[in-house]
Write a new protein. Structure first.
Length: 170
C-alpha cells in the first residue's frame, strides 16, 4: 500500500488516496488550516481533528467530529523518526523509514512484526528527513487514516487481535 497525493501539495485542501495496486482503498482529505482529516473508506465517512499539545508540540490529541477525544499521537524526535499513536485504548508504534521509497510502518504496541506498512513516495523529493511541524501534523493525519483503515471490518476479520471500536461508522 502507499499514500498518493492527488491534489497539489500547495492546495489548501490536500487529497490523499491510499492505494493498493490500482485500487483506491481509502480517501483522506487533510485541511492543514483547520487541522482536520475527512476519511472515506468502504462507503463510510468520518471527520477527525488533530490538535497540537504538549511542550514544544510533542504530541497531538485526536478528536472525532463531536469534539470527543478518541486518541493521542506522540512523535519521539530524540530516539527515532517515529512514536506512538493510541486510538480507542489500542496502542500502535510507528516508524518513519527514510529509505528509497520512504514508508510508514505501524506495529502493534509491544510487537516486532509490522501490522501495516505504507509507502510515502511523495516525500522522496522533499527529503523525508526534514520534519517540520506541518509535516508532523500531516504524518499524524496519515497515521490516523491507516489506523482507521485497520479498524474496518475486513481488517478486523484478518487481524483478530483488534476489537470492534467506535471508530467504525455505523
Amino acid at each position: 500500500m502507499k499514500w498518493l497525493l492527488v491534489s497539489k501539495q500547495s492546495a489548501p485542501l490536500q487529497v490523499f488516496h491510499l492505494m493498493e495496486g490500482n485500487i483506491v482503498k481509502e480517501k483522506l482529505l487533510y485541511n492543514p488550516t483547520q487541522q482536520s482529516a475527512r476519511i472515506s473508506c468502504q462507503g463510510k465517512q468520518r471527520l477527525f481533528f488533530i490538535e497540537q499539545r504538549g511542550f514544544s508540540n510533542s504530541h497531538s490529541v485526536i478528536k472525532n467530529e463531536y469534539g470527543f477525544d478518541i486518541g493521542k499521537f506522540f512523535f519521539d524526535r530524540q530516539h527515532s523518526k517515529g512514536g506512538t499513536i493510541e486510538l480507542e485504548d489500542i496502542q500502535f508504534d510507528y516508524s518513519l523509514e527514510n529509505n528509497e521509497g520512504s514508508e510508514l510502518v505501524i506495529y502493534r504496541k509491544g510487537f516486532l512484526t509490522p501490522v501495516l506498512s505504507c509507502g510515502l513516495n511523495r516525500y522522496i523529493a522533499n527529503g523525508a528527513s526534514s520534519y517540520s511541524k506541518e509535516t508532523i501534523k500531516e504524518y499524524a493525519c496519515m497515521l490516523l487514516g491507516l489506523c482507521w483503515f485497520l479498524f474496518q471490518p475486513p481488517a478486523i476479520e484478518m487481524k483478530p487481535q483488534f476489537k470492534e471500536s467506535s471508530l467504525v461508522a455505523v
